[in-house]
Design a protein around this ligand. Structure first.
Ligand code: PHB
Length: 388
């Protein structure tokens, strides 16, 4: 009798314990952030992690009654690693959202996992246009290369740049940039006299730049992924290209705020098109940059803003669904509109890509530091890669 009641009590205690764990698990909302923290793309991981943590510090870690738990994983920008980590996060950690994605191949490797497990995937960096087509569970808060490169072609054509050589990294975003820049420049009466593609991993730009010197175009258009811009700039200068009268233009990945201030005078005057500059003069951005610098000791770049806004869509999406994840969360996220440090933005519910201003900027020295200083804006640009 005594034994039975003892068992009964322990069974009850077990039920109570299980019950409370169940409630606890239900109240936790896990975000699995996969970014490159080491290797060639490490600056992207550093920027995104810092911004995600800043957003959480500023907005608290409880949303719609759920405690947000952030799990950060380093995929070293190797897509097989990204895939394995995404599988582990979904199966073992049971994350509610996957996020990050420093490069295009990582996003493509993760897309089928998001679809199969019905886990929303917030792409905060990778920028090949077709990524959002690879899973209905993807929303993207960075940009697409057609979106950033097309306005620059229009600007070039209007500013006496007729003959251009393009140099891009030989993978998804580079090919998008080459294709859309060329189509727009050609439509406006300009010509691309040579299209060059450099390897994505460990590129040596010297032989390409030598060829550009020989071709003597009005301008060289460059796309390289965040982190590679300083090497291009250094070799551009070493070959005396700036003095040979060849203008350097590109998407803002080239004059990335993470590296820009260390590039030196060779960067002065370089014209780029991008959705974000740390020098963007809005009150929202000034507060963001000040808080980011205070927390991290370095300047935020466009991917930091992709991470910050990525957390924003998770938080606001969760508020709208009252804490529900999965498909309901994707549906809530894709209808959001907000003010970002980059300016006014919204998600396009049809493509789940971000609609945003694209700014034309010129590198100038301001308060002793190099910045992309905006001089023109094309408002509310949708991804031209998805135009029907
Ligand atoms: C990409 O791999 O999609 C990517 C990476 C870095 C960039 C832009 C695009 O700056």
């Amino acid at each position: 009798m005594k034994k039975r009641s003892f068992l009964g009590a322990s069974a009850l205690a077990l039920v109570a314990a299980l019950g409370s764990t169940a409630v606890l698990a239900q109240d936790v909302f896990k975000v699995g952030l996969i970014v490159p923290m080491t290797g060639q793309q490490a600056t992207t991981g550093k920027q995104i992690e810092a911004a995600v943590k800043l957003y959480m510090a500023q907005n608290g870690d409880t949303v719609a009654g759920k405690k947000i738990q952030l799990i950060v994983k380093d995929d070293t920008s190797i897509p097989d690693v990204t895939k394995r980590l995404a599988q582990e996060l979904v199966v073992q950690d049971k994350v509610d959202v996957l996020a990050g994605m420093g490069i295009t191949p990582s996003a493509f490797a993760t897309a089928p996992i998001a679809t199969q497990s019905k886990t929303p995937l917030v792409v905060m960096a990778a920028a090949t246009s077709s990524i959002t087509l690879s899973s209905p569970f993807i929303v993207r808060t960075s940009m697409t290369l057609p979106q950033t490169s097309s306005p620059l072609a229009d600007w070039a054509a209007k500013n006496g740049i007729k003959k251009v050589v393009t140099l891009v990294s030989d993978y998804g975003p580079g090919i998008d940039a080459e294709k859309f820049f060329t189509a727009r420049l050609t439509a406006a009466g300009g010509t691309v006299v040579e299209s060059m593609r450099a390897p994505m991993r460990n590129p040596d730009f010297a032989p390409f730049l030598q060829k550009v010197r020989d071709l003597k175009p009005d301008a060289l258009f460059v796309f390289v992924p965040s982190g590679a811009g300083a090497a291009v700039m250094k070799q551009f200068q070493e070959r005396g290209m700036d003095k040979a009268g060849i203008k350097l233009i590109g998407t803002g990945d080239l004059t990335d705020d993470d590296q820009l201030n260390g590039m030196g005078d060779v960067a002065l005057g370089v014209v780029t098109s991008m959705q974000y500059s740390a020098y963007h003069p809005s009150a929202k951005n000034k507060a963001f940059v000040a808080a980011f610098k205070k927390a991290n000791g370095f300047r935020p770049n466009f991917f930091a803003v992709g991470g910050y806004d990525g957390m924003h869509v998770i938080y606001e999406g969760l508020k709208a669904t009252k804490g529900q994840g999965g498909e309901a969360l994707v549906n809530a996220m894709k209808n959001l509109k907000w003010e970002s440090p980059r300016g006014p933005v919204s998600l396009d519910p049809e493509t789940r890509d971000i609609v945003q201003n694209i700014y034309l900027s010129k590198v100038e020295r301001k308060d002793g530091e190099l910045y992309n200083v905006e001089f023109d804006v094309i408002k509310d640009v949708k991804d031209p890669g998805k135009a029907k």
